[in-house]
Design a protein around this ligand. Sequence first.
Ligand SMILES: [Fe+2]
Length: 296
Amino acid sequence: MTSDADRGELFSEERSAEVVVNSMEGTRDPRLRQVLDSLVRHLHDFVKDVEPTEEEWGAAIAFLTATGHKCDAARQEFVLLSDVLGVSMLVETINHRAKGVATESTVLGPFHVVESPPRSLGADICLDHRGEPCLVTGRVTGPDGEPVGGATVDVWQADAEGYYDVQRPGEVPPANLRGLFTTQADGRFWFRTVMPRHYPIPDDGPVGALLEATGRHPYRPAHIHFLVRAAGYAPLTTHVFAADSPYLDSDAVFGVKPDLVRDFAVVEDPVRAAELGLPDRFREVEFDIVLLRAEE
Ligand SMILES: [Fe+2]
């Protein structure tokens, strides 16, 4: 609460945050007021800690301006900035605490920009057959182990050269390496694909310059994205990471959680390969998914 005596308080270095917070007393939305109060206090603390020169503050404004200018319909530089500062992962983690039961979540990332086409179980999502063949299997269950039939399992991944279809329009078939599957009654799903490759996040903009200035590389370890939804359960956004990929310990966007890393085993079994419509030598990963109930 602010007394009449505070209301007309003039700006001072010592009480800068309080003066600004008090000026926003009329904020009608209580959540907005809480957010702005905290933002102002942390921002003023930051400036008092760093004591930027006017040139440095100008450089900061120029950096954010350039970040905005780099954004368009296909490129979201502010999301990348949030990603490389670990804020995307923090927001994701706070909002989807797995409670020790459910599969861990991780970032959605910037490439879920087109709808995945519905495909039948077992379909090959690699439409140009370029890469090392791979079988992905798994089972969707609830927190008590109950099978979740009818769940949709939306998957998308980079190709064997580390590119998503939307990064190479015209060069690869549309919706290459994307698919929307529905689990059968026992919760099981499976599909064919190729091994995803590690890849760099777009680094030709201000965020790339930031990575360069801080001695960081732009790479993400090899992974397949999953977005799983089922009636009565909380949706889950996650990845499965390949245990033999580089950069597992230095993901540019901090997305790796140990529980999401799996062996993509080499299988040499002509009988199984023939049954599955795969070559004699293929890779296989099993990724079971546990959802929380919606009310949890
Ligand atoms: Fe990705």
